[in-house]
Ligand binder design. Structure first.
Ligand code: NZQ
Ligand code: ZN
Length: 381
């Protein structure tokens, strides 16, 4: 392992059935209503009220939360003199709460400060707690907060360096995820898988992080196949939830440059289509990985053998690497993922705009040019 790093993760996790009873405080933040339909809202609210908390609410945080919604939340949190932001939902609600934490007392425009200039907060921030209802983003144990600006057609994530923006605690009860529709479960599974890929496909040194990544991917493949056949399988869903957290809580990025180009392209597609995050990644992944494979052949071969169990006998390195991506494609189809951006609402006329909206990262095996992004997007149509 060649990279030097620091590692600190201050989020305290409560994992397992009934974990919600550990909650103490409160501005309750949630999405479009799933928590009201499945009873989580009543359960959380009851605990808060029984403990004498004053509860105000920010409801209707949409998937891919918007800047307008952030502005609205600032007013509510200020009026409530909030001392805890409690996110109850998926990655969108958790991300939103972190962005809000940094924005409530921010004297500048939060978009400008955090999503254009990528600065850290210079004001008081509010503690965030999460009760997670969907496994996927890892938002429950990281400092990421993705916000969509509909005016500029940009969807941008800021991974705050300030550890005070990481959730102070997260409640992870896998049974809460059992009411997810299959589409969201599958999108979440692919999001997890791609988070691991984004960190795995970089570097050529021997790094413990890559071995951990392979173990996480193998566990995820195993559990995803069970959950795909039997959505109510608690064991599989609990493993998926735990894998999601470890896939993106900074552990497996230690000592690595990391890639993140599938996310950059996927987020730009999301800015144009408002499609489900995991599906935007699925729709561009194969075109991207087939494009960069020649620049990182050793890692793609290792991926094929160690993650997908490809038999290397009698095959060239290139054939092994390609077989790995074919196995990945078959698994993606088995899960019912969306495999092209057309089905997500993108069309040829958007390609140039999506390419303009794509941030180019330099940590992977190939720093893409804008022309290559256009090519990948066209192949993904
Ligand atoms: O809004 P409600 O009604 O709650 O419905 C949600 C939403 O429609 C529903 N849902 C969630 N839990 C449910 C449920 N439905 C039934 N039962 C449950 N238990 O699922 C839908 C999607 O929820 P959302 O929170 O949008 O999904 P996800 O967790 O995938 O979060 C996506 C957001 O996170 C960002 C994405 O870009 C996107 O904006 N990301 C955050 C990251 C981070 N913090 O590190 C990294 C990721 O790469 C990602 O970019
Ligand atoms: Zn993601």
């Amino acid at each position: 392992m060649e990279g030097n790093f620091t590692y600190c993760n201050p989020t305290k996790l409560y994992f397992g059935k009934g974990a919600v009873k550990y909650l103490k405080n409160v501005v309750l933040i949630y999405g479009g209503g799933s928590i009201k339909r499945n009873g989580i809202y009543d359960e959380v609210r009851k605990i808060l009220l029984e403990n004498g908390k004053t509860v105000s609410e920010i409801a209707g945080v949409m998937p891919n939360p918007t800047l307008e919604k952030l502005y609205e939340g600032i007013e509510i949190a200020r009026a409530a003199e909030a001392d805890l932001l409690l996110a109850v939902g998926g990655g969108s609600v958790c991300d939103y709460s972190k962005a809000l934490s940094a924005s409530v007392y921010c004297e500048e425009d939060p978009w400008e400060k955090y999503y254009v200039k990528f600065e850290e907060p210079s004001c008081k921030t509010l503690p965030v707690g999460c009760v997670l209802t969907m496994a996927g983003t890892g938002s429950e144990m990281n400092a990421g907060a993705v916000i969509t600006n509909r005016k500029t057609m940009q969807k941008i994530g800021h991974v705050f360096a300030d550890e005070s923006l990481m959730p102070r605690f997260s409640v992870l009860d896998p049974s809460y995820t059992l009411t997810l529709p299959h589409y969201q479960m599958a999108a979440g599974i692919y999001d997890i898988f791609n988070h691991i890929c984004e960190q795995y496909f970089s570097g050529t040194d021997d790094n413990t992080s890559d071995y951990i990544a392979e173990g996480l991917m193998r566990s995820l493949l195993h559990s995803s196949r069970i959950a795909n056949r039997d959505m109510k399988n608690y064991e599989a869903r609990s493993n998926i939830m735990w894998t999601a957290t470890w896939a993106l809580n900074t552990l497996i990025s230690r000592g690595k440059t990391t890639d993140w180009m599938v996310h950059m392209i996927g987020q730009a597609v999301g800015a144009y289509t408002n499609a489900t995050h995991g599906m935007t990644l699925a729709a561009v992944s194969l075109a991207y990985y087939r494009h960069i494979m020649p620049y990182g052949p050793e890692k793609f071969k290792r991926f094929a053998v160690n993650v997908w169990g490809i038999d290397a006998a009698g095959k060239t390195d290139e054939e092994i690497a390609k077989a790995g991506l074919s196995a990945m494609e078959a698994w993606m189809k088995e899960l019912g993922l969306t495999m092209n951006i057309t089905e997500l609402g993108a069309d040829e006329s958007m390609i140039e705009g999506i390419a303009d909206s794509t941030l180019i990262m330099t940590g992977g095996y190939k720093t893409l040019t804008r022309a290559e992004i256009v090519e990948i997007l066209k192949e993904s149509l």
